[in-house]
Write a new protein. Structure first.
Length: 432
């Protein structure tokens, strides 16, 4: 019987993930709904009264935190079944976002656009979430100010007032996902037309825009770098039902797992078109992909990976969230490669943990140079954020011996039963 190990923090036992087998993976995994979409969809419901039914909702901690946030504002949020959520709004809501909840969730900032649009005000502490450097919200604020809002920041709290927003021409210097989403929602009730040039094009942005259109919003250019939003009167939106887009980052995690452990799996609901550039790099590394009849993707790995250089870029480039997975894959690839982070230079904190597992990685500012080894070696490591945690799970599948990962609460924030899904395809992984 394997021993159970836990980390004790403040007298409370914290779970760990233990990986002690890495043979070929086979079988089928269903890819759940996207964390980076569902939280924004939940925020968007604030724009209208009525009942909203969201399906394909992942069972993750961040959904529960956002549910608590909405309830604190006056919404009714109820699970319908294992992957559906009913949200109901009945008139006026509080516009003061509780700091203790906002501090736990970066996506709380996505309440900025809808609350200001509908109620003309918000008071919110700058949100927390993963620890990989400051993500300023300057683009959110400058966009709202261009639309006529007054923004004041003091003591860590942002207060925004706007009795009525007006259409504006907004040009981004960088395609920020969060700013795109917030300003689209802010523009829904603005007088006239708002254009956003340099808008983010991620599948999750597209998912939000389609939901808003189903509610009655007027948005043109969905999926393109210029969005045009024509304002409608407050009260003109209706409630709607929506199926959350599948999570391309979770799908990529299962691709990376097969890449290092070998085998062949079918990923039900995986959307090839949402991760094309990542899959192209994986194909160059030696993986084989086949589209499934219906919806999904088969991934097969029959030998050691080949090292290829990768750089992160805004969508449709390789997403920064894929990068920890890519570095874990390259740690056991044949040859050397350089991974360049062009978006968030601070997101390399997990590299020391991979090195503890034996990975040969040298850092040069925002470049990681990786020379692959045949295998890594299991040891005790710590997850510092969601994607780093997933990368350590992948590295554990590429390691001989036992790998024990603490800090798994981070993984729970973004992954719907990662351990159970990997166990289902043959990984020797457990949660203790």
């Amino acid at each position: 019987m394997p021993h159970h190990r836990t980390e004790t923090i403040g007298g409370v036992a914290e779970p760990v993930i233990r990986i002690d087998h890495n043979g070929p993976l086979t079988g089928e995994i269903r890819v759940p709904g996207a964390k980076n979409s569902v939280l924004k969809l939940m925020a968007a419901t604030v724009l209208a009264d009525g009942e909203f039914l969201l399906s394909n909702v992942p069972a993750i901690v961040d959904v529960e935190i956002m549910s608590q946030l909405l309830r604190s504002l006056g919404s009714i949020v109820e699970p319908v079944d294992s992957d559906s959520l009913l949200i109901r709004h009945e008139g006026d809501m509080s516009t003061e976002v509780p700091s203790e909840l906002a501090g736990q969730l970066r996506a709380s900032i996505n309440l900025l656009g809808p609350l200001v649009a509908r109620f003309g005000r918000i008071q919110i502490a700058l949100p927390g979430g993963d620890d990989f450097g400051l993500r300023p919200i300057d683009m959110h604020i400058s966009g709202l100010e261009a639309m006529g809002a007054t923004c004041h920041f003091a003591g860590g709290v942002l207060t925004v007032h706007a009795s009525r927003l007006k259409g504006a021409n907004i040009r981004f210097s960088f395609p920020s996902v969060g700013a795109t989403e917030n300003l689209v929602m802010a523009a829904i009730f603005a007088d006239g037309e708002t254009t956003i040039d340099g808008a983010a094009r991620e599948p999750e942005v597209v998912d939000l825009c389609r939901f808003l259109v189903a509610m009655g919003a007027h948005i043109e250019g969905i999926g393109e770098s210029t969005l045009r939003i024509t304002g409608v009167p407050r009260g003109a939106l209706n409630s709607a039902s929506h199926r959350v887009v599948p999570d391309r980052i979770q799908a990529a995690t299962y691709v990376a797992s097969v890449a290092v452990a070998g085998g062949e799996i079918d990923m039900i609901d995986a959307q090839r078109g949402d991760m094309e550039m990542f899959l192209r790099r994986c194909t160059e590394m030696g993986l084989e992909f086949t589209e499934l009849v219906g919806t999904g993707l088969r991934v097969a790995s029959s030998g050691r990976l080949t090292a290829v250089d990768v750089q992160t870029l805004p969508y449709p480039g390789v997403a920064t969230d894929y990068k920890p997975l890519v570095i874990a894959m390259l740690s056991v690839a044949n040859g050397s490669a350089v991974v360049t982070e062009n978006l968030y230079p601070g997101r390399f904190k997990y590299v020391d943990e991979l090195i503890a597992l034996g990975a040969n990685i040298t850092m040069h500012e925002h470049h990681a140079e990786i020379t692959g080894l045949p295998r890594l070696s299991g040891t005790e490591v710590t997850a510092h954020d969601i994607r780093a945690g997933a990368a350590l799970v992948v590295a554990g599948l590429a390691a001989d011996g036992v790998t024990t990962i603490s800090g798994v609460g981070h993984i729970d924030r973004g992954y719907d039963d990662l351990v159970g899904r990997l166990r289902g395809i043959g990984a020797g992984i457990r949660r203790d």
